[in-house]
Design a binder for this molecule. Structure first.
Ligand code: ZN
Length: 770
């Protein structure tokens, strides 16, 4: 009876920890004009996320027009800022970004509040979440702001282009748009997830004031300084970081559920939840109003520790309190331990053994879970579509947690039969103390996850010690230890859930978290052991096993879990068209690549992906104008040769690429004056490619590329232009993709090639000196 109560209470605490609370239902289209309505925002999202809108595509241009028209209707004087930039991730990728920017003048502006979202998507994804939801949120926020009292500060709405191609839009904005100067605070909205509340997961350094304002303004605040510690150490691709590098303070928001749908065709309206959009909008609007009325000249304060409690309130305190709280935890634990020793509940020898054996439990659990994970992967290896990550679902995580808990509870029960529960309880809390000290020293923002639970559990232990041996049988003993453990169970569950969703730390983080939580529950576990004996670990293991098997049995290629398969039509410089794929041949791509299958080449070229192994086969001929390489200047001085050329897609393709197909020495390159980088040498077509680069959304007149390299022998250049989708005149000849198949991340495409041979050139020999 008592045992059942303990299990039920712990289960409830875990559920409370991982359940995203604090989301209001989506407000309908006809709701108060000054408020954010997910109903109105969904109407915009349906328009924007109707199709994939990769940089340079017609769909991206339509999204841009929609955004500009909406801003225009709100009289926010939108302009399209067009400028070239080089990718933040690769010196071999550049493009002409077209950002849409609107501005709402304030009553008496100090500096501007800037809200940013990107309107481009990856090629095969409609990007409902990434970042269609951010775009819809900005537009509906602008409308709500315009309907309410005018803020003091100007509010800028920035819709960036080419985020997915390396933050091209935001880099172009920060370098060239005059509005980039005088921004006082930036609020960035970009989500991989489509159904959870948005988390405020990153801030600029010196976040004390930002976090307090967020806590005061957001109606359902969801945040954690644990994420600040984790995320700022990760190479996250997003529009927020360039602002921080430019010295602009701000915060970044996103729904982090997933990552199953992220960057796939799954990221569509069908998988999108309006409640998540309402939460994003309520947060964005509240913060725009809050910072809209604040003096934005000096937002820098000391970093703080912060976390939300059930999405209702935010606990915020200065980092100066991290050490005193840790000392408090150690003192409470010390009092409990000395009192227990005084009452002869503990012995030094027993405690020593308990410290060693509780650590051994962690080792055993890590080992067992590594074996289970390995077996699980092997069992479902042929049927995983791990590229989507859909298998890593909440159910999968649940199964993993249940199995881990079974191992750890069984180990504790085994030890409890041999050692005194008091020794084990103190041994486990000593490990908590070690962890709390280490985390406070290394990641002060994450210290709350260990320090507060340790204070709670030590108080619980103190209460149990005062009850003495009675604590092991009585409701009072269970109540006092469970109450002490409650903050820890909730905080650890929620922290682990956040880490599993975002950082991808899977088995190890799960095992460590379950081990830590079990360490808070030693006295209640003793009560359970006496009550239900072996049934608890058996039930945990059985349920975990059933859940994992159920998840595994859904791992198959079907309409809900499609196989990714793409086809490309490629015309070489002699005008011959071929089909090719970078994926496996399957039932669908087999109709393109039939019996005339050629041997695999290493000669495919894909923008941004470089050289890929492909399968190539014969295809019907379609006349497509090849890209044009026009030499503007070709000179040599001393031992250096400079070639200026204009590169242009005659068919208006959204991506053009240039490959230097010969080994040349000391190559440097620039496009329209922007330096390019990323040199290496690759074998392609049996010959060597010295260098290549991709340019997105080139202007109709083309781009001017300047190459400098060692003068000497002839050089072979190849231009490739890439458009999304296969030629329409061919598409009708083949079956459409059946359910269960989707275009992969790069999508279908058409590539047309052209080569140009630059003849040998050496500098004229210097005039003979007399
Ligand atoms: Zn994004």
């Amino acid at each position: 009876m008592l045992a059942g109560l303990v299990v039920a209470v712990v289960a409830v605490l875990v559920v409370v920890g991982v359940t995203p609370l604090g989301m209001s239902p989506p407000a309908p289209e006809r709701s108060a004009a000054e408020g954010f309505s997910a109903g109105r925002a969904m109407r915009l999202l349906r328009e924007i996320a109707a199709a994939p809108r990769p940089m340079g595509s017609a769909a991206a241009a339509r999204a841009r027009d929609t955004i500009a028209a909406e801003l225009d209707a709100l009289q926010l004087a939108p302009h399209v800022q067009t400028a070239a930039a080089v990718s933040a991730f690769s010196g071999r990728v550049a493009g002409t970004a077209s950002n849409v920017v609107g501005r709402m003048p304030g009553r008496d502006s100090s500096r501007a509040v800037l809200l940013v979202a990107h309107y481009d998507s990856v090629p095969a994804s409609p990007g409902a979440a990434d970042d269609g939801r951010g775009v819809a949120t900005l537009l509906e926020t602008a409308r709500a702001l315009a309907s309410g009292p005018r803020p003091r500060n100007d509010v800028i709405f920035l819709f960036t282009d080419g985020e997915e191609r390396g933050l091209l839009g935001v880099r172009a904005f920060l370098r060239e748009d005059p509005w980039a100067y005088g921004v006082g605070v930036v609020l960035s909205l970009d989500s991989p997830g489509s159904s959870s509340p948005v988390l405020m997961y990153e801030t600029s350094p010196g976040n004390g004031l930002l976090v307090r304002e967020f806590a005061a303004a957001a109606p359902y605040p969801h945040t954690s300084s644990l994420m600040y510690e984790v995320v700022r150490r990760l190479p996250i691709e997003g529009d927020f970081r360039p602002f921080v590098s430019a010295g602009v303070p701000g915060m970044s928001f996103g729904a982090l559920d997933g990552p199953g749908y992220y960057h796939t065709a799954y990221d569509s309206l069908a998988n999108f939840r309006a409640a998540s959009l309402q939460h994003e909008g309520d947060t964005a609007l509240a913060l725009a109003r809050r910072f809209g009325d604040l003096d934005l000249w000096d937002l820098y304060r000391e970093d703080v520790v912060y976390f939300d409690v059930l999405g209702r309130l935010v606990v915020v305190y200065g980092r100066g309190l991290v050490l005193p709280l840790l000392v408090l935890a150690a003192v409470v634990l010390g009092v409990a331990v000395s009192l227990a020793a005084q009452r002869r509940l503990l012995s030094l020898r027993g405690l020593g053994i308990a410290v060693l054996l509780t650590a051994a439990i962690l080792g055993v659990a890590l080992l067992v879970m590594a074996v289970v994970w390995g077996m699980y992967r092997t069992a479902y290896a042929q049927r995983t579509w791990s590229e989507t990550g859909v298998v890593i679902s909440d159910f999968y995580r649940l199964g993993l947690v249940l199995l881990t808990a079974a191992v750890i509870v069984a180990a504790y029960q085994w030890l409890l039969r041999r050692l005194r529960p008091w020794d084990l309880a103190v041994g486990a809390l000593l490990w908590w103390l070690v962890g709390a000290v280490a985390v406070a020293a290394l990641f002060p923002g994450a210290s709350y996850v260990l320090t507060w639970p340790l204070i709670g559990a030590s108080l619980g232990l103190l209460g149990a010690v005062l009850l003495g041996e009675r604590a092991l049988h009585s409701v009072a003993g269970v109540a006092v230890t469970l109450a002490g453990a409650a903050p820890g169970v909730i905080l650890m569950s929620s922290a682990t859930h956040l880490l599993l969703m975002s950082a991808g730390l899977k088995q190890v983080a799960t095992v460590v978290a379950v081990w830590l939580v079990a360490g808070l529950l030693v006295i209640p576990l003793e009560v359970v052991r006496r009550g239900v004996r072996l049934w608890l670990p058996v039930a945990l293991a059985g349920t975990g096993f059933v859940v994992l098997m159920a998840v595994g049995s859904t791992v198959a290629f079907d309409a809900e879990h499609p196989r990714f398969t793409s086809i490309h039509y490629r015309v070489d410089e002699s005008g011959v068209g071929r089909w090719q794929t970078v994926d496996r041949i399957d039932e669908w791509s087999g109709q393109f690549l039939q019996e005339e299958l050629l041997r695999p080449f290493h000669d495919a070229y894909f923008p941004q992906m470089g050289v890929r192994t492909t399968i190539v086969g014969a295809a019907p001929q379609v006349r497509l104008a090849p890209p044009v390489i026009e030499v503007l200047r070709d000179t040599a001085t001393r031992d250096r040769r400079t070639v200026r050329l204009r590169l242009r897609s005659a068919r208006g393709a959204p991506v053009v690429s240039l490959l230097v197909h010969s080994v040349v020495g000391g190559l440097t390159a620039s496009v329209d004056g922007l330096a390019l980088q990323g040199w290496d040498t690759t074998i392609l077509d049996g010959s060597t490619v010295r260098w290549w680069f991709d340019y997105y959304a080139p202007p109709p007149g083309g781009i001017v590329v300047t190459l400098r390299f060692a003068a000497g022998p002839a050089v072979l250049l190849r231009a490739v232009d890439f458009s999304y989708g296969i030629p329409p005149q061919l598409a009708g000849l083949y079956d459409r993709r059946p359910p269960g198949m989707l275009p992969g991340r790069i999508g279908d495409g058409t590539l047309v090639e052209q080569t140009l041979r630059l003849p040998a050139l050496r500098a004229a020999s210097p005039p003979a000196t007399p």
